[in-house]
Each structure stands twice: as structure tokens, then as C-alpha cells.
Write a protein that binds this ligand. Structure first.
Ligand code: ZN
Length: 413
């Protein structure tokens, strides 16, 4: 086949220290990126001018020698096509990455190809339309992973044997080693949900109501104990929110036996035996610290916070859709704010808010799952669907009087 000389290709390859630590699988390695790009160039008979390699450079800015050299060559018209393995190689910074794709490349008539994302700016493709979404998610992903890597590199693993008769809620005893605890996925998800709600500003009583509403089993129900409490208590929720077990620390000696007494008594905190990093955490240290720092700010009065606050609009009148609580404050309902003021002006738009929130979260999860690779998807889901993420993705949610929901995203779909 004849070489296509119309395009002079610059292959851009980047690997950060974080990528090296995160991906043992080598999928991001320089060698692998080169192979994918070379194969692509070969199949399409393009002419490779140069491979620009930035080894050990973060994607959160563009101060990288290889990248800068490539930009120079583009300006000198020595290159008119840029190929990367995937968008995150170009950059993980939302604004600047879009700036290069939307303005700089078109300005210099550079055709841009991101192989694994099916992006090719010369042709119409779904991949092109997903660029803003992918770039957005790359930046978000970068934000949540770099934190956890820094934390995990710092701390070396210490040893601690678990001697309790029953693992803390969220964990179970390791079948192979009874002195270790491992994550019990189902229960761990409940713990995560409690942290997520608190992180998003819900008070203990609100969390209690949500859990009871959704019929989430309490720890005693879950582990089928003799004395079951069917409803969640604020006490249990608070205990979970301040328990360092969930960040991987083993805490023992909370209670002690007194000779001659049948029951145990509380041991003062300074006598607890705490060993750090003995098992897999369920929540990150950042989340734990944050949750415990805001604790005092959240009173058990109405916190007036909810995940989708200010994102919902009324289709009929254009006013915002708010949330109202019924008298006993056991339920939250959506409601057109215009209707609240004057019931003649609009319709109630009344839905069970938590169920509604669940629908939105499920939709977001589906979109993430369909458009991200598994590794990234898992990490983002494990981090929890938080307001920060929803604000990035959702432009607005329109609700009509018949309770039809339209979600407008901040990217094209
Ligand atoms: Zn309305």
C-alpha cells in the first residue's frame, strides 16, 4: 500500500509516576503506548515524524518537555496529525485539554486521533462527541486517585492480629486466617453509604430515616444476632462514622473484663490498642477525616441539604424544584417552588425524593459504566457518587407534572 503522505504524525506518549504506581498491569507503559500507536500508524500507512515521550510527567499540567517540543513542531508545520493512545495521555486537566482539542489543533489544522477513545477530529464519530465527558472524567479520576496513592505510599503496612470473636460491621473474619479481617462486600456497601450521606451533609437523623426508608438491615439484623434491632439508631450511625476500623486501623481493647464481674466495662481511649493499616479500608482517610471534621457543623435539626439541591427544574413553569419534608420529617418529597407559593400557578410535582435520587444515581452509574474502562469505573464508584461528581456531569434535571424526568448533561450524549 502507498504511504499516505498527507499526514505528518507526531505520536504523543506520556507516563506519570502515579500511573506507574496505580497500574501494575503495565497497560499505560511507554512500551505499550508506543506499540499501540505504531501499529495504528502502520495499518493506516501514515508517516511518523517523531515520537514525543514524557516519562514521569503528570497530566495535570502541560509543562512537559516532550509536549512543548511537539507544540513547536506543530507551529512550524512539521506535524499536522497528533496521535495518542487515549485522551488521558494528552492531559488530565479539563480546561487546558479541551483548549488544545477545541482551539489549538483546529487553528493549526492538526488532525487529532485518540485511538482507544475512537476520537478522530477529521471524521464524524461518537468518540468525538464523548471528548468533553472523557476529559472531564479523566480530571475527576486524577483528583481522587492521586490523593489515595499519596496516602498509601506514605504508610507502610504494620502487623496486627485480630482477636475478637466477631469482625466489626462491614468486615468478616478471613476464612484462611482467623486473626485477620476481610471486607464483607454487602455490609461494607452499607457503611460506605452512611459515609457518603454524611459527606454530603445529611444529619444523623436524616441518615437514619433514609436507611429505614430503604429497609437497609441494621448490623444486628445483618449478622442475625439474638437481640435484633430492626430500626437504625443515631447511636449506631455515629459509632460507624467515628470508627477507625473503616480506614484500615485495627482497634482493640475498647472494653475490658473486670475479675469477678460478668459483663465488661469501657476502657478509656488512651488504653485502646490501635494498629494502623492492618486490613483493607472501606472508606478513604480523606473521607473519614472530612466526615469527622464536619460532624459538629451538622446539627440534628433540619440541615436542608440534599444531593440534588439546585439541579432540578420544573418543566411547566421553569421554577426550581425543591424538596419538602412532611410533618414527621420521615419522608422528603420533590415540589415545584412556584406551586409551593401559590398552588394555582403550577402543579405539585411531588415524588419521593430518595427514590428519585436513586434513579438519577443509577443513570449516572450506567453512563459511567458504558463509557469508562472497568478499572476507572471501579475506582470512581468506590469513591461514591458525590455532589462534586454530579455537578460536573449534570447540567439540569427537568421534571414535568406527570413526573417524567429529563436529564441534561454538561456533555453531549
Ligand atoms: Zn412549576
Amino acid at each position: 500500500m502507498k504511504m499516505n503522505n498527507r499526514y505528518l504524525v507526531g505520536a504523543y506518549i506520556r507516563l506519570s509516576k502515579e500511573d506507574k504506581n496505580l497500574n501494575n498491569k503495565d497497560s499505560e507503559s511507554i512500551k505499550n503506548q508506543k506499540e499501540i500507536i505504531r501499529k495504528y500508524i502502520e495499518e493506516n500507512n501514515y508517516k511518523l515524524i517523531e515520537e514525543f515521550v514524557d516519562d514521569g510527567y503528570t497530566g495535570s499540567n502541560f509543562n512537559r518537555p516532550g509536549f512543548i517540543r511537539m507544540i513547536e513542531k506543530i507551529k512550524n508545520k512539521e506535524i499536522n496529525m497528533v496521535i495518542v493512545k487515549d485522551l488521558s495521555r494528552l492531559g488530565r486537566n479539563n480546561i487546558e485539554t479541551n483548549e488544545y482539542i477545541d482551539r489549538f489543533f483546529p487553528k493549526y489544522k492538526v488532525r487529532f486521533i485518540s485511538i482507544l477513545d475512537n476520537v478522530d477530529t477529521e471524521i464524524d464519530s461518537i468518540g468525538n462527541e464523548m471528548i468533553p465527558f472523557k476529559v472531564l472524567m479523566n480530571e475527576y479520576y486524577n483528583r481522587i486517585t492521586s490523593k489515595s496513592i499519596r496516602a498509601s505510599l506514605k504508610s507502610k503496612k504494620q502487623n496486627g492480629l485480630f482477636l475478637g470473636w466477631k469482625a466489626p460491621f462491614g468486615y468478616k473474619k478471613d476464612k484462611k486466617d482467623k486473626n485477620r479481617i476481610v471486607i464483607d462486600k454487602k455490609a461494607a456497601n452499607i457503611v460506605k453509604e452512611i459515609y457518603r450521606l454524611r459527606e454530603n451533609g445529611y444529619s444523623t437523623i436524616e441518615i437514619k430515616n433514609i436507611l429505614d426508608d430503604k429497609k437497609i438491615p441494621t448490623p444486628s439484623v445483618y449478622s442475625n444476632m439474638k437481640n435484633k434491632t430492626l430500626k437504625w439508631s443515631q447511636f449506631t450511625i455515629n459509632e460507624i462514622l467515628k470508627n477507625e476500623t473503616y480506614i484500615g486501623n485495627l482497634i482493640q481493647g475498647k472494653r475490658k473484663k473486670i475479675f469477678g464481674l460478668k459483663s465488661e466495662i469501657k476502657n478509656p481511649k488512651e488504653n485502646w490498642i490501635i494498629v494502623n493499616n492492618t486490613h483493607k479500608p472501606i472508606v478513604s482517610k480523606e473521607t473519614f477525616n472530612y466526615v469527622n471534621s464536619i460532624k459538629k457543623k451538622i446539627t440534628n435539626k433540619c440541615s436542608n441539604f440534599y444531593l440534588l439541591k439546585k439541579m432540578m427544574r420544573c418543566k411547566e413553569c421553569g421554577y426550581s424544584i425543591g424538596v419538602i419534608k412532611n410533618k414527621k420529617r420521615k419522608q422528603m418529597y420533590t415540589s415545584c417552588t412556584n406551586y409551593q407559593k401559590n398552588s394555582k400557578k403550577c402543579f405539585p410535582h411531588c415524588m419521593n425524593y430518595y427514590k428519585f435520587e436513586e434513579i438519577i444515581i443509577d443513570t449516572i452509574k450506567t453512563i459511567l459504566k458504558d463509557n469508562l474502562d472497568n478499572n476507572k469505573y471501579e475506582i470512581i464508584i468506590n469513591n461514591g457518587i458525590k455532589r462534586e461528581l454530579l455537578l460536573l456531569l449534570i447540567d439540569k434535571i427537568i421534571i414535568d407534572k406527570d413526573k417524567n424526568i429529563e436529564i441534561y448533561f454538561s456533555f453531549k450524549l
